[in-house]
Design a protein around this ligand. Sequence first.
Ligand code: HEM
Length: 299
Amino acid sequence: MAVDATIEDQLASLELVSDPYPLYDELRERHPVYWSQGWNAFLVTRYDDVVDVLRDSRRFVNAGRYTLFMEQLPPERRVEFGQFYEYWTKPGFNLSDPPDHALVRTLAKRFFTRRAMERIRPRVQALVDALIDDVIGTGILSLHQHPDQLRLLRNDPSLLPPAIAEMLRYEPPFQQDWRRSATDTEIRGVRIPEGSILRLMLAAANRDPRVFDAPGAFDIRRDPNRHIAFGFGIHLCVGAPLAEVELDIAFNTLLRRLNSLQVATDTLEWHPSNGPRGLKTLPITFQPGPRVSGAPRPN
Ligand code: HEM
């Protein structure tokens, strides 16, 4: 399989986190199904291909994908990921396949009851906090970088739901999803041997010009917006409605309370990861806006 040195260099570079989108564009247009020696995986970047893989839960499965991931790590890093591995490989729907998956997902309805959620509250809280922090940081940044869109939103708060969808399309907190091929197969003429890892680049698919007009533009009135930041198909995020409500409350409050919003740095620090994408910190300055009338003041 031909390997492109410049692409491999970029994939190996720590600089990639600051702006991975030009590389995603290059992959999507020139090598839509790209074998990366460095990542030891096929990178799938076109929207239709990503959706097709997520739709086909017989050809592309979850089983064994974390075992493969662990095998690829040097021994010292396996220790670091040990707990994480143990947690994710327990029977559960995130990494299960049909027919078990449907059963666990049905049971999940019970799992997501108020009482059950209370029991695992700290773990859920940590997950929600991490994901929501990411979207809040990148969302504020996107609005700051596109002042016309921030102005539109301030003038018409009913645009908040489509604005949140656009934040998720433009900077998805999970840049990629993973599947393993259950059989020898091919995508777009590229042969995929059984047992290969496919990295489904949600963030690249979310900017596919075949699906989104002017995909590089941050447009809070985008309609339709068929982003796949929450995945697609049978594993579509069950927490999506909760995440959307949290983000709605967070941005409603931020827009009301943060007047004259300015980002107070020229250098952005991103988490050093090509999977979850988020800012380490985002220093901002603002003029405090009104509280909700009648809300108690903290002591
Ligand atoms: C902005 C926030 C969030 C994003 C971007 C997000 C993204 C995703 C994505 C991309 C998947 C698909 C994984 C796959 O295809 O294998 C997924 C699945 C899942 N998410 Fe989320 N998620 C978010 C918030 C949450 C929250 C708040 C919860 C729980 C309260 C949650 C629980 C889950 C679960 C349990 C699954 C597995 C569903 C299944 O395999 O059937 N997520 N999420």
